[in-house]
Design a protein around this ligand. Structure first.
Ligand SMILES: [Zn+2]
Length: 101
């Protein structure tokens, strides 16, 4: 699929500051943060929308483990954490990318 995650980040072509990684998911500091502290959690497979999320136990386990790790990082270092789902994150990123062109 044509998106920065599948084309650049997951294959390792664009280096990111990784917070957490398994064979199913990765969590990393946003390369162009929208907020002062901005970590992105993504599955390592393309998913168009939460409506087509595969909901497999292995992916769910790793997604929630990543959320826990990132939340702990933010609570300990930045005073709190807000969660935004993958699709919302991607929409915000694409808007930001479009604004920079
Ligand atoms: Zn993708």
């Amino acid at each position: 699929m044509e998106d920065i995650y599948c084309q650049q980040i997951i294959p390792g072509k664009l280096k990111v500051d990784m917070v957490f990684e398994t064979d199913q998911v990765m969590a990393f500091h946003h390369t162009k943060p929208y907020w002062e502290h901005h970590v992105v959690i993504i599955p390592k497979t393309h998913i168009d929308s939460l409506s087509t999320y595969p909901n497999t136990p292995a992916l769910n386990k790793d997604i929630f483990e990543a959320i826990k790790v990132v939340t702990k990082l933010f609570e300990e270092h930045y005073g709190g954490c807000k969660h935004h789902w993958y699709k919302l994150e991607r929409v915000a990123y694409e808007k930001q990318e479009a604004a920079l062109k």
